[in-house]
Design a protein around this ligand. Sequence first.
Ligand code: BES
Ligand code: ZN
Ligand code: ZN
Length: 513
Amino acid sequence: MKISFESFKNIKDIKTSNLVIFFSEEKVKEFAKGIETSNCKNGECPIKQSIKEFDFKGKYLEISLVGSKLGNFNKLILIGLGKEKDLDKTKAEAIGFKAFKYLNSNKLKEANFLFNIMLEKNGDIKFDTDLELYSGMIFGFSMAQYNFNKYFTGEKLKAKENKIEEITFITNDIKQLKTAYNENEIIKENVFFCRDLINEPANIIYPASCAETCKEMEKFGVEVEILKEKDLKKLGMGSMLAVGQGSDQESHLVVLKWYGNPKSKEAPLAFIGKGVTFDSGGLSLKPSNAMDTMKCDMSGSAVVAGLIRLLAMRKAKVNAIGILSLVENVPSGKSMKVGDIVKSMSGQTIEIMNTDAEGRMILADAIYYAVSKFNPQIVIDLATLTGAICVALGDKYAGLFTNNDDLSNELINAGSKVGEELWRMPLSEIGGFYDRQIDSDFADVRNTGRTKDAGAITAAQFLQRFTNNHSKWAHLDIAATAYLEQEGFLTQKYGSGYGVRLLNQLIKDNYEK
Ligand code: BES
Ligand code: ZN
Ligand code: ZN
């Protein structure tokens, strides 16, 4: 899709077959009064007339398409922004997303966009455009381009392809809008990178191939270290290794290092992602209907990869470590068994009560590795960890578990800004009510709670035991938000990329020089 920015002075200068105008309710009222004169032909004024004919009010997400030959345009598309006081960046993004879907499904190849403008009597365009809102709308528009078509062929592929070819955004400040656009494009590219990793099936993305994909980040200045099973053994990662031991795929731990602020004396930030490239449940085998989406069980790792790639591409002045713990959880004669006891890198022993509670086992070693090796300022892990979080929150919020109120606020605020919402869940101290549920009769800790109750919380409690008492740790349970069954905010269904923008915003707002 070709994108350009133009600065037309008068509405008559615009040469396009499809003109898209975004209007607030206030601007619609002004137009309806009859401000438009120069744009009229034979007494017909296209904008005013279509407002009237379609009873267009400019309500939030309202769309009218006028398919007449009025004015210079074949089609005039009016899109409502709602009341100006209610409009914010997130809403503008949602409008852009919807605009793309609308134009695309109407097979419009080309269009020019005007954002909340007025006209002088002579047709001069009066721009009353808030740059943040306009670029937010453009970002939403751009985010809607995502599709995962690569495995379609022939006619089916053709039908799935985007139809829009060329868009021109009209503005009186090309430079600023272009700058914002270019910054947002980097974000978009990495959310799409993350989505692709999630949507790829498990025969394509498995631990070794995922590590190889990460290796390509070196071209952006990321240091990529890949630890294989013999390295993990040396480190004593008996918990992570147990999960992968039934698989023919070798487990990998990928360490991504982005040192964008090399002079800083502060410790780096650490982000750790669950990377189960396929979760069959292992010997505690999942039923088929619960297994069919389990290629998505490496979403946490995909988010971490997308985040570090994004930080590097935008040259963020921050030092950040990304850790991907990559394994495949399948049954075989070599698989871990229920009742097995393994020793984690932290020295704590784990009794395996359910081989399907594998995410926490790989994270236990990855989190401990991160805190003991890098002594990070903050530690954040992301994981499609429990079905229980889906039951509790649906896909509106991801579950947030943290031992630090400041970090909690920072994360929740960053999430709200980008429409990736978090809901804080309870977490006990070690020895507290929820923590006691994972005490084992045979080992230091068991990998499931004693009952099915509070499944997302007991999973978080398990992770906390491997943080080595780090005082700024957060766990994001993204089981519901990472892979959607229906379209969400700025995202098609399936791999959403939830978390990339959230963590990027967290860093921008709190940890970047
Ligand atoms: N990968 C699953 C959790 C999951 C469920 C992710 C649905 C995405 C969508 C995880 O490894 C798992 O199987 N958890 C078990 C834990 C239980 C055995 C204690 C669960 O939630 O049922
Ligand atoms: Zn599982
Ligand atoms: Zn899992």
